[in-house]
Design a protein around this ligand. Structure first.
Ligand SMILES: [Zn+2]
Ligand SMILES: [Zn+2]
Length: 122
């Protein structure tokens, strides 16, 4: 792993856990790490290929990178755009028992209104 990749990985690991390449780039700039957006994207892609981070997509949004590499669901608040993890432990069991399907991995994102935004709107 290159020094830049290590620095970029540390930025993601010190975050809440989900960032786009653009957000990682801005965080690097704030931390005084001099990189270009292209370098950030290249390093994140390499980190994802090597299994250090996980990439996932949310319809209509730029690609996200996740510090948690095991399968889990995402809740995406369509108001404040915050991404949080959710775990529906029974998804695999449901598919296996109902449809006889063996689930290898999955990437599920749900668009929601988070509790903070819901409180603000109430
Ligand atoms: Zn929200
Ligand atoms: Zn996640």
């Amino acid at each position: 792993m290159t020094k830049k990749s290590r620095e970029i990985l540390a930025v993601l690991q010190n975050s809440e856990g989900h960032m786009t390449a653009e957000q990682v780039y801005l965080a690097c700039r704030n931390a005084g790490i001099s990189v270009s957006v292209a370098t950030v994207y290249r390093c994140l892609s390499a980190l994802a290929d090597e299994g250090h981070v996980r990439r996932f997509s949310i319809a209509g949004e730029p690609e996200y990178f996740d510090k948690t590499v095991t399968s889990h669901e995402h809740l995406f608040c369509s108001r404040c755009r915050r991404v949080t993890d959710a775990r529906a432990a029974d998804v695999q069991k449901l598919l296996e028992e109902t449809f006889g399907i063996t689930l290898e991995s999955y990437d599920l994102s749900m668009h929601v209104v988070c509790t903070d935004c819901k409180a603000k709107e109430a």
